[in-house]
Design a protein around this ligand. Structure first.
Ligand code: AHM
Ligand code: MG
Length: 340
């Protein structure tokens, strides 16, 4: 494709917004700000090995996890860019204990709040594997003109206005979803713009890949163990045994799932009743994206998007990806729970 025929993410978003006469353009400009943060983070990720950006930062975050230098850099950039944005009332980050309210007049009058995991999959940073930034955008419920409140950030996923991710992989891509579609944009480095490369993304209803940390099997429930056996069992007609792929970076594992189909699971286990992944920073935005693309996300007991959060950093088990595969996995888990 020649440079002249590319559609930039900004052009695309503005064209889409025009379909809704009541739209004010604030959401588009917020997406542009997030894209800008993604470009800056991308620049640092690409030269991390040369710029002394690999390795640990020396501190731990609110969840007791060690922060990497790039985690801290990405978090600072997002907080700063969204503060300068005229369309964001405040943020909540996986790396911060509490939400942050921007108290200047522009921000206090902004109707959106943004939540993010600045650099997901950070254990992959030092080994040069794909990592990503995950974001979600809610319309605030607190009154305009005043600082935002924690309530704005504790909304269920079914209230999301938009969600997306930026993946720093073999190329850099930004994928974002609104309720009506999911579109992917690849960063064209020569012009520094995300350009439409994956229009109207759809998750196939079935897939042939299961993705989870199989090393944890000993801690899984009986239902989960039986589902794993099902995945590994031979059944020519159903295309089993399925292939197993696990990068250990949710963004990367789900980007593959979005394109090729399959299932990604981070279940509850004997040591973690709610699994590992965070509802507000990882599971809600990813489920919103996958559902807008025709797939499904479940906690094993219900839809992820229907969970009403009670705290910012809460966790949930997740089964997400191709609809039929998610239904099957949840069937196994539920059936076993019913008899035990
Ligand atoms: P992080 O937000 O601290 O990077 O942790 C989240 C990551 C996910 O990207 C990934 O799916 C999961 O942790 C991998 O965990 P595990 O190493 O237990 O398999
Ligand atoms: Mg994460």
């Amino acid at each position: 494709m020649s440079l002249g025929s590319l559609i930039t993410m900004d052009e695309f978003t503005i064209q889409e917004t025009r379909k809704f006469p009541q739209a004010t353009g604030e959401l588009s400009s917020l997406l542009r700000d997030l894209g800008l943060a993604g470009k800056i983070i991308n620049k640092q990720v690409r030269k991390a090995g040369l710029a002394d950006l690999l390795g640990k930062h020396g501190a731990t975050n609110v969840q007791g996890e060690e922060q990497m230098k790039l985690d801290v850099f990405a978090n600072d950039i997002l907080i700063r860019i969204l503060k300068n944005s005229t369309d964001c009332a405040g943020i909540a980050s996986e790396e911060n204990d509490n939400h942050v309210c921007y108290e200047d007049t522009y921000s206090a009058n902004s109707k959106y709040v943004v939540l993010f995991d600045p650099l997901d999959g950070s254990s992959n940073i030092d080994v040069n594997a794909s990592i990503g930034t995950i974001f979600s955008i809610y319309r605030r419920v607190s009154p305009l003109g005043q600082p935002c409140t924690e309530e704005d950030f504790l909304q269920p996923g079914n209230k999301l206005m938009a969600a997306g991710y930026i993946i720093y992989g073999s190329s850099t891509m930004m994928v974002y979803a609104t309720k009506i579609s999911v579109n992917g944009f690849t960063l064209e480095p020569s012009i520094g713009e995300f350009c439409l490369s994956h229009p109207n993304m759809k998750v196939p209803a079935d897939g042939k890949i299961y993705s989870l940390n199989q090393g944890n099997t000993i801690k899984y429930s009986e239902g989960m163990k039986q589902y794993l056996n099902y995945c590994m069992e031979s059944n020519k007609e159903e295309g089993r045994p399925y292939g197993h792929r696990y990068i250990g970076s949710m963004v990367a594992d789900l980007h593959r799932t979005l394109i090729k189909g399959g299932i990604f699971i981070y279940p509850a286990d004997k040591s973690n009743a709610n699994g590992k992944l965070r509802l507000q920073y990882e599971c809600n935005p990813m489920t919103f994206i996958v559902e807008a693309a025709g797939g499904k996300g479940s906690s094993g007991t219900g839809n992820i998007l229907d969970i009403v959060p009670t705290e910012l950093h809460q966790r949930t088990p997740i089964f997400i990806g191709s609809k039929n595969m998610v239904n099957k996995a949840v069937e196994f888990v539920k059936a076993k729970e019913a008899v035990s």
